[in-house]
Design a protein around this ligand. Sequence first.
Ligand code: ZN
Ligand code: ZN
Length: 235
Amino acid sequence: MIRPAELFYPRGAECLTCGDPLRAEADYCLCPDCRQALLALRLRDGVCSRCMHPLGRRGSCPFCSAGRLQPLAEGYGAYRYTGEAAELVKLLKYGYQDEAADALAAGMAQCFPPGRYDALTPVPLHRSRQRMRGINQARLLCQLISRRTGLPVLDTLTRSRKTRMQVRLRGSAIRQRNVQGAFSLASDVQGLRLLLVDDVRTTGATARACAQALLAGGAAEVSILTACIATERRP
Ligand SMILES: [Zn+2]
Ligand SMILES: [Zn+2]
């Protein structure tokens, strides 16, 4: 007999993050324990109402007070960037792309107001990096969120010059310089309310650079939705 989990996850039907066998009732690529651990990382309480960054000790948002959201309208994130959620992002980039993306997209689809946006749009990869990886993980997330929300996916941007990987760069100013002016318009965005999609938001430099290009092209509003929000390490 074929178990339902095997129908959906034929790769041996094991939990993506711990490797335990999935039980017959699994409709998901995580075992109940790992799923619970992932849900515990949901960004809900104690987060900024505008950008969902965890609030600081005095209830202020370190992301907004550092001006990191502008020119974006709102920021949404499904999970804290640690534990199971960070593991899924790693798998999304380098391994079990579809399954990891699906687990993250399930959370992402629930964290922004339905009806507020006209389309999802992925942060683009440079052609050479996409060739190397085979997929743009942000685009894959867009497609899966689209399936759950009905929002269309538009490829509005291209990366017009190669940039260094943001994860390898420390500090907001350095990251900002790396991506400044790196994106250009690939389609008409006039009057659109766009939800930019990426895997992780740290300093927000990539999202801001994308938003600048979209707003200069006439988009009515740009917000950012990521699977995870990382808190910056203090130098
Ligand atoms: Zn597990
Ligand atoms: Zn904030």
